[in-house]
Design a protein around this ligand. Structure first.
Ligand SMILES: Nc1ncnc2c1ncn2[C@@H]1O[C@H](COP(=O)(O)OP(=O)(O)OP(=O)(O)O)[C@@H](O)[C@H]1O
Length: 219
């Protein structure tokens, strides 16, 4: 079933998430209108990553309902998984493969028609073409971040979930990442951005959700 075009990009209905005895999210209700992008803010441990992982279907809520493009993230998990891509601290890269090989493997899994060419295109887009044949284990943290965003771009999601995308990047890297995020938005992708760099986030996103101990509060 195609996503409902009038549905909010995401909707949280009384969502709670508990790890052991600790509530990471507590009765969160929120809707992001279609076509808008969201800045997620909050101190360390306020629940930002937990919320992104719920949207990515990497976690299930303890209570409440998470909807992505009108679909229940638990009941229609496979469909939601195709619509979203998560850029996270864990970058899911094969250390012994080159950057180009990493992306080619993914392009094949995604069933893209010319996997090697698609991989080269994304490496150029993120400024890594000169290091495309180096193994990932030789990459700096910032280069890994660039490769991780290339991975996300290859998937071409409807919703890009970006957890601290500016972390580990130098000033040029931050500018490049801002340009990539702006490009994603211009191509119609909904961006959900968790960052401590609020200035950058406010420039890129129309909506803001501020979390404090797992609850939504005014920023
Ligand atoms: N796997 C886990 N097991 C137990 N507790 C967890 C786990 N993951 C997160 N938590 C707890 O849930 C709460 C929310 O954590 P979360 O990582 O979502 O916050 P965050 O806002 O992303 O923080 P940061 O800005 O530091 O990345 C914290 O109290 C954290 O200790």
């Amino acid at each position: 079933m195609p996503p409902l075009s009038a549905a909010p990009a995401l909707a949280l209905h009384d969502v709670s998430k508990r790890y052991g005895r600790r509530w990471a999210l507590a009765r969160l209700t929120y809707a992001l209108p279609a076509g808008r992008s969201l800045l997620l803010t909050g101190h360390n441990g306020s629940g930002k990553t937990t919320l992104l992982r719920l949207l990515a279907t990497a976690l299930s809520p303890t209570a409440g309902r998470v909807e992505v493009l009108g679909r229940d993230a638990v009941v229609e998990r496979d469909a939601v998984r195709r619509d979203v891509a998560l850029l996270s601290h864990a970058s899911f890269l094969y250390e012994d493969l080159t950057a180009h090989q990493n992306l080619t493997v993914l392009a094949r899994l995604l069933g893209l028609p010319s996997p090697a060419d698609a991989a080269s295109d994304e490496l150029t887009r993120v400024g890594l073409s000169r290091r495309s044949d180096s193994p990932v284990r030789s990459f700096s943290a910032g280069m890994r971040k660039r490769l991780a965003i290339a991975r996300l771009l290859l998937k071409a999601p409807s919703i890009a979930l970006l957890d601290e995308p500016f972390g580990e990047l130098d000033p040029a890297g931050i500018r490049d990442m801002e340009a990539i995020i702006a490009e994603l938005k211009a191509s119609g992708v909904t961006v959900i951005l968790a960052t401590h760099l609020i200035e950058q986030g406010l420039t890129l996103c129309e909506e803001r959700l501020h979390l404090q101990e797992g609850r939504a509060v005014a920023a």
